[in-house]
Ligand binder design. Structure first.
Ligand code: DQA
Length: 155
């Protein structure tokens, strides 16, 4: 059994009302509830945290480290493109994480094409709306359960 953290950055608490054509109609609480159930069905415990603030997200990464977290599903939102502080927390803690996006940043404005996280991530799931989180959790569970997956060998 592993402890899994779903970590969401700014404006993601507004899912459902925020640009639904890009991000879908589901709210964050319902996505988190689905993920919690899915994780439990695989024998894992899932916690969720969202903040508008970089410092709070950095703090949560180090808290997750102390708690023995096995995997983070991370949607840094706008911080994807800007936050060296959050990147440093992920790199410094060495916590394995999957980068998640509801939209496909590569189909959008050029400034969204650069992620400060992708090169550290086990993998990236983007473009499938709320299903991106579910797909990332599926991949994460497979990774947790199988020591021999290539991404683990590369770390
Ligand atoms: C996002 C993509 C980011 O570029 C944007 O700033 C977000 C959401 C996504 O999930 O598609 O807030 O991370």
């Amino acid at each position: 059994m592993a402890r899994i953290l779903v970590l969401n950055g700014p404006n993601l608490a507004r899912l459902g009302e925020r640009e639904p054509e890009l991000y879908g109609l589901r709210d964050l609480a319902s996505i988190e509830a689905e993920l919690r159930m899915l994780a439990a069905s695989r024998g894992h415990e899932l916690f969720a945290f969202q903040s508008e603030e970089e410092a709070a997200l950095v703090g949560e990464v180090w808290k997750a480290k102390r708690a023995g977290t096995g995997l983070i599903l991370l949607n840094p939102a706008a911080f994807t493109h800007t936050s060296i502080a959050l990147r440093d927390a992920l790199a410094g803690s060495r916590l394995p994480f999957i980068e998640v996006h509801l939209s496909n940043p590569h189909r959008r404005e050029p400034f969204r094409r650069r992620s400060l996280f992708s090169d550290l991530a086990l993998g990236v799931v983007a473009g499938f709306g709320p299903a991106s989180y579910r797909l990332a959790l599926e991949a994460g569970c497979a990774w947790l359960e199988d020591e021999r997956t290539p991404s683990r060998l590369h770390r």
